[in-house]
Design a binder for this molecule. Structure first.
Ligand code: NDP
Length: 242
């Protein structure tokens, strides 16, 4: 068993998670990259990552992934809760089952990963939990209100947890990126707001145009996944106040 603290990153098939796994490995931290489908992260093995299947909405998968890391390292030293997605739609119309599904990933998946990692992190040398929140967790965002709800939850959870675990040598860091150039930003994969003829159609068209404008125009100050990954590395390697 290697006792060097290891990192576990959720949602590494693309975007911020992928960049973070690579950056952590480059920083010399043994890193486990995870994804729902292992075939999406095979190339991260060549970058030096260990791979583990992990769907953050599936308890069996969550437990198996945490145990795999702990079997080799004793504990997770850095947990990066990155898996998440945005969905679009006006509050009046967004189907509740889609809101629930989003919370299963963005909120319940995240809290459960904390619960599973903490017992050994707490007792075997401390560690850092990095929760990927969002600027949308700090303000109401029209057209992505339910996503903002989920990220406000991440803020509340992180603030509470930070105080609960600090005496155990565990730090809780929440990042609140603004726009980051990823497929997730365009929210195409999880688009829940199809074109229609309802009262919000004009609002939808304006929203799509605004999103396309941001995505196509880096000059508007969007970040890259690598930039966010660098902040995660800084959080993971910062000296821990005791
Ligand atoms: P991507 O869509 O590129 O990445 C999202 C990742 O989450 C994918 O790897 C996806 O895997 C994974 N994922 C989704 N559901 C699950 C699940 N149930 N279990 C495990 N993994 C899952 O988007 P980003 O990189 O942009 O998003 C990463 C995080 O950053 C998210 O939490 C997002 O909310 C946050 N964020 C993004 C911003 C942006 O502008 N891009 C701004 C602020 C925050 P799969 O391929 O299997 O779907």
């Amino acid at each position: 068993m290697s006792r060097s603290p290891a990192a576990l990153v959720t949602g590494c098939s693309s975007g911020i998670g992928r960049a973070t796994a690579i950056a952590l490995v480059k920083a010399g931290i043994p890193t486990w990259a995870s994804a729902r489908r292992l075939d999406t992260i095979q190339d991260l093995a060549a970058a030096g990552c260990r791979l583990v299947q992990l769907d953050v909405t599936d308890e069996e998968s969550r437990v198996r992934a945490v145990k795999a890391v702990e079997a080799e390292h004793g504990a997770i030293g850095t947990l990066v809760n990155n898996a998440g997605y945005a969905q679009a739609g006006p509050i009046e119309e967004v189907p509740l089952d889609l809101v629930r599904r989003q919370f299963e990933t963005n909120v319940y998946g995240l809290i459960r990963m904390c619960q599973l990692a903490l017992p050994n992190m707490r007792t075997k040398g401390g560690g850092t939990i990095v929760n990927i929140g969002s600027a949308a967790g700090l303000m109401g965002v029209p057209a992505t209100g339910t996503y903002a709800m989920s990220k406000w939850s991440v803020e509340a959870l992180s603030d509470a947890l930070r105080y609960e675990v600090r005496d155990f040598g565990v730090r809780v860091v929440v990042l609140e990126p603004g726009g980051v150039i990823t497929t997730g930003f365009a929210a195409t994969e999880h688009e829940t707001w199809p074109a229609g003829s309802g009262p919000y159609e004009k609002f939808r068209q304006n929203h799509r145009a605004r999103m396309a404008g941001w995505t196509n125009d880096n000059a508007r100050g969007m970040s890259t996944p690598d930039q966010v990954a660098r902040v995660v590395v800084r959080a993971a390697t910062a000296t821990r106040p005791r």
